[in-house]
Design a protein around this ligand. Structure first.
Ligand SMILES: [Ca+2]
Length: 107
């Protein structure tokens, strides 16, 4: 069996942290294997305040987009779809930060 904790890599560590975050927020009600809309809002505003603080409508829209089976809760695969989307957004942000940093160091 694969033991992801053997010789832990940064990628394995990142996935483990996402697993931990999902369950940390999913555990605030009786259904500990799914994120309710309220749990998703708390997760987004707490974990990514730079994008989601005071953005209730955005969180509602994201929840509707991600709830692919329409059961009003997100399972772990649906949560990982959110993580992938956020990864794409942060990829752009990190590039802009790098470019600004490089431009500032050239002058
Ligand atoms: Ca839950």
């Amino acid at each position: 069996m694969c033991d992801p904790c053997q010789g832990i890599s940064e990628t394995t560590l990142a996935i483990g942290l996402l697993y931990k975050v999902f369950h940390q927020y999913a555990a605030s009600d009786d259904d500990k294997e799914h994120l309710s809309k309220s749990e998703v809002k708390t997760l987004l505003t707490s974990e990514i305040p730079c994008l989601f603080k005071d953005q209730n409508d955005a969180a509602d829209q994201i929840f509707s987009d991600l709830d692919q089976n329409g059961d009003q809760k997100l399972d772990f695969p649906e949560f990982m779809t959110l993580v992938a989307s956020l990864g794409v957004i942060f990829h752009e942000i990190f590039h802009e930060i790098e470019e600004n940093h490089n431009e500032n160091n050239e002058h």
